[in-house]
Design a protein around this ligand. Structure first.
Ligand code: SAH
Ligand code: SF4
Length: 349
């Protein structure tokens, strides 16, 4: 029976191909054709012997997860809803940026067990961890949609799920994405975002990927109220893991901070944030809360967001405000879900 091509890192594909008596470099050729040249018909892979080409459909299939729905926002953001089997779906979002940057936000799980109070995905308990082929499949399916000369330039694991709760599939998929025989994305263009699974953070370092952490609060008391994981791994442990990552990788860690009205958006919080990040090589990414039904949280006013940002800047913190993209199609941070019955039809920007 043919097995799915997209589950295989190059070394696994090599083993598989060699088990049929074929040469090692056939795996590299297949990677080149499929990922590099977007060729899905084995018959057209002309540098592979005719005999082996004829055999390939029995050995490998090139099936991708089905797109159930595709939506395009007024700002050019595209959202894809994928069928991942067992009646489950996940979403991936392609976000256009400046200077030819196109960032694909991938999902790693259906639902999420971390249960952060402000997150739409977190309202759904974990239903399923995605396989390597389903993660790579999201990328390849979106890649196939891209016009010539407009490649996906960055990947962020900031869609549905906690990537470090599904490390095997996430790191295998990342390895496939950065293989020089295939998609050849630089490791530094792949970011893993975590709510703070401290023991797994060294896996990000070892894989050479960028690290983002959903900090979202400046002290344990506040963080515990919105992120249950903080009871297991409090801020001090999390920041120590970030320091080690940064020391080894020489990269700054991105600290994501969702601004929640009258909860973590005061200047007092900003002051505290500056203090706790003093010895952590990092940059802060401010994300004004994206509203969704029944969360109980609200987005702070523009003035509040600006004041928070200005304070951090005045203390020489490297701070960026994340642009809200795709809100009209419910594709912004923390708005992804597979519980589509809860979605309003449109939302105003
Ligand atoms: N599970 C991972 C990655 C997915 S969440 C993590 O938590 O890091 C990606 C980012 O979206 C996180 O930084 C999270 O704090 C943020 N987020 C979640 N819900 C949000 C919302 N409603 N508005 C704005 N940001 C949100
Ligand atoms: Fe899960 Fe991240 Fe949402 Fe928390 S913010 S519930 S970890 S997806």
């Amino acid at each position: 029976m043919a097995v799915n091509f997209f589950q295989y890192r190059l070394e696994d594909l090599t083993d598989y191909i060699q088990s049929f008596g074929e040469k090692k470099f056939r795996a590299q050729q297949l990677y080149r054709w499929v990922y590099g040249l977007k060729e899905f018909d084995f018959n057209n892979m002309t540098n592979i012997s005719k005999n082996f080409r004829a055999q390939l459909p029995q050995l490998l299939n090139l099936e991708l997860p089905q797109v159930v729905k595709e939506q395009i926002s007024r700002d050019g953001t595209r959202k894809y809803l994928f069928d991942v089997g067992d009646n489950q779906t996940v979403e991936a979002v392609l976000i256009p940026g400046n200077n030819g940057r196109r960032t694909l936000c991938l999902s790693s799980e259906v639902g999420c067990n971390m249960a952060c109070k402000f997150c739409f995905t977190g309202k759904q308990k974990l239903k399923k961890r995605l396989s390597t082929q389903q993660i790579v499949g999201q990328f390849v399916r979106v890649m196939m949609d891209q016009p010539e000369g407009e490649p996906i330039t960055n990947v962020v694991f900031m869609g549905m799920g906690e990537p470090l709760d599904n490390p095997e599939a996430v790191f295998s998929a990342s390895k496939i994405l950065h293989s020089s025989w295939g998609i050849n994305l630089s490791r530094k263009k792949i970011t893993v975002s975590t709510s703070g699974l401290v023991p797994q953070i060294p896996l990000v370092t070892q894989a050479g990927l960028r690290l983002a952490v959903s900090l979202n609060a400046s002290n344990d008391e506040t963080r515990e109220k919105i992120m249950p994981i903080n009871k297991k791994w409090p801020i001090a442990d999390l920041l120590e893991a970030c320091r080690i990552h940064s020391r080894t990788s020489k990269d700054k860690v991105t600290m994501e901070y969702v601004l929640l009205k009258d909860f973590n958006d005061s200047l007092e919080h900003a002051r505290e944030l500056v203090k706790i990040l003093r010895n952590v090589p990092s940059k802060v990414n401010l994300i004004p809360f994206n509203e969704h039904p029944d969360s109980g949280f609200h987005r702070p006013t523009e003035e509040k967001v600006n004041a928070f940002q200005t304070y951090l800047m005045s203390k020489d913190v490297h701070v960026l405000r994340r642009r809200t993209m795709g809100r009209d199609i419910y594709a912004a941070c923390g708005q992804l879900t597979s519980a589509h019955k809860n979605h309003p039809i449109t939302m105003s920007i």
